[in-house]
Design a protein. Structure first.
Length: 290
């Protein structure tokens, strides 16, 4: 099987986080015309998160959270989510001779790595530039271990260090809304694909950790927050996982916002569960700039 050409060369669509100028590759560093310089780490990623774009000393997911997420995702329970995301991305980039895809809030790189191998299997003839962006250095370190042929960047999606009008497909998988930052990256014909929790997502887990469960479709509210975009497609995916045992149930809690919302009693109750079949209920929203 012939590997896809993931990039004309890695790190070619990145912009300086200080002044927005294009970054050029020079002997292991990225430099802009104003002289700002960023080293490419030996682990094959670049840190484009200046101190003024940080909200804390070590922003984003912790090392423990990233490790837990990787363990759970590697077990394959969310593979159908990744598969549908890959299919949608290829569908909405049809006719594009060279596809640029950015995963904003890529975490440990699971979904982008899945897309890379999906494209390989499709024997796609076009050239592909895949870029993962996350504010957590621990997430990007883990992502770089997954696939060194993808461009991995520590950065803030709100001030995305990606060249303006350079992205065809932009992902936000269980992520935040960054309308201005997203609009800057996408060209006028580009598409934003959001993946958000449906009302029954992880319902069985939520029934353990909360005294009362609110079944809310989060995707509608999130889509309304994407200022500068209009929705052109909405699809659902719902399925039951195989039995998830301990300690993967604890890993799942650690990788979700439920970790901060659940009571101590709820967390203790979850630790007593030996295994559980979970409902996965997600919404795919495809949006375009207006």
């Amino acid at each position: 099987m012939q590997a896809i050409d993931v990039a004309l060369e890695k790190f070619t669509q990145l912009a300086c986080p200080i002044d927005g100028l294009v970054l050029q590759h020079h002997d292991g560093t990225l430099k802009c015309e104003q002289g700002h310089s960023y080293d490419i780490a030996r682990q094959a990623y670049v840190n484009l998160l200046p101190v003024q774009h940080k909200k804390s000393r070590d922003p984003g997911d912790s090392k423990a959270m990233v490790t837990a997420r990787a363990r759970f995702l590697n077990a394959g329970f969310y593979a159908p989510i990744a598969s549908r995301l890959a299919e949608l991305s290829l569908e909405y980039s049809a006719g594009t001779s060279s596809l640029s895809c950015v995963d904003a809030g890529c975490g440990d790189g699971y979904y982008l790595d899945y897309f890379y191998h999906y494209l390989e299997q499709q024997h796609a003839q076009a050239e592909y530039m895949l870029t993962g962006l996350d504010i957590s250095k621990w997430a990007i370190l883990a992502a770089a271990k997954r696939n060194r042929d993808i461009t991995w960047v520590v950065g803030n999606s709100q001030y995305a260090p990606v060249c303006a009008d350079s992205v065809d497909i932009l992902w936000s998988v269980f992520g935040f809304s960054h309308g201005a930052g997203f609009s800057k990256m996408l060209h006028t014909a580009g598409k934003l694909i959001r993946v958000d929790a449906g009302p029954d997502h992880l319902l069985e887990l939520r029934e353990i950790i909360y005294p009362v469960v609110r079944r809310v479709d989060q995707s509608s509210a999130v889509v309304r927050q994407e200022v500068g975009f209009r929705q052109i497609d909405n699809q659902s995916l719902c399925y039951q996982t195989a039995a998830v045992g301990q300690p993967l149930l604890s890993d799942l809690l650690l990788m979700t916002p439920h970790l901060y919302r659940a009571s101590h009693e709820g967390k203790q109750a979850l630790q007593q569960i030996e295994q559980m079949v979970l409902t996965v209920d997600v919404r795919y929203s495809v949006l375009e700039p207006v």
